[in-house]
Ligand binder design. Sequence first.
Ligand code: CP
Length: 322
Amino acid sequence: MNHYFTTDDITDLPDWLERGRALAQDPISLSHLGAGKTICLLFFNNSLRTRLSTQKAARNLGLEVMVMNVGSDGWNLEFEDGVRMDGGTAEHIREAAGVVAQYADLIGIRAFPGLKDREIDLQERVLKGFMEHSGIPVLNMESATAHPLQALADALTVDQFQIASGQAGQAIPSGGKVPKVVLSWAPHPRALPHAVPNSFLRIFRRMPVELVVTHPKGYELSSWAMGELKPTYDQQAALKDADFVYVKNWSSYSDYGKVLTEDPSWMMTADKLGHARFMHCLPVRRNVVVEDAVLDGSQTLIMEQAANRTVAASLALSHMLR
Ligand code: CP
């Protein structure tokens, strides 16, 4: 059974990127794959892009789609085994996951972390609970630790843009300079999860790029995300000669879930961006994370990223349907 839980479920990334290029040109070319099948999308948290792009991708593949806001409309789920359920939880994950599988062939789930207890969040109880007890393939629509649909869309965007500009392509360019991709932390008033930077780094560490990460001290990401990468705390130095700048806020991982600083000098500006292309997963707070001139300027790729969310979901769902 094929889940799409992290980008590590992509065994052959160049093949996925190549098929993504074809799907971008002909989105309904795989409309036979999901015929007669149903996907149930369960949202424990808000969404605009993930909800709409996954529905669109599912329909492009011929799937019937059911969507439920479980966070507001469903029963509170229990994840512990062997407990007496006389508190706030009304349904056990064992029954909930099994029941959804009576109505659907695939499940998509969005379930954010609580950002209170790192060990609990790392357990990924919602996604892993459905993977264990539903018996059908599960799509991660952003979990506590990973947002693999966003990361795949971001990789598709850089790949396609490099091809369009004739600089690189799906493989390492022979003798040419690989693009420099910078992940830059930005300020934000709320504590945000690590799922986007985690998945971004997991997939871009496999791309033919020079990858640089910059953030203030205290915002170091997990070794799972970083691998051998070392962060630089000097944003200006990190941005030098960048080709793509990916801006994202996240809360502290070591002082788990805390906002340590809102230093506005880390906001992305047109001046700092230079000639680089700007990327952000959205939603974004204007003039906090990035200034208007960047979002409204000609170097932004945010709509290309959003468009590639449908391609990414199509690739993930076709992987799950095979
Ligand atoms: N980037 C992203 O996942 O957007 P939504 O939270 O709106 O789905």
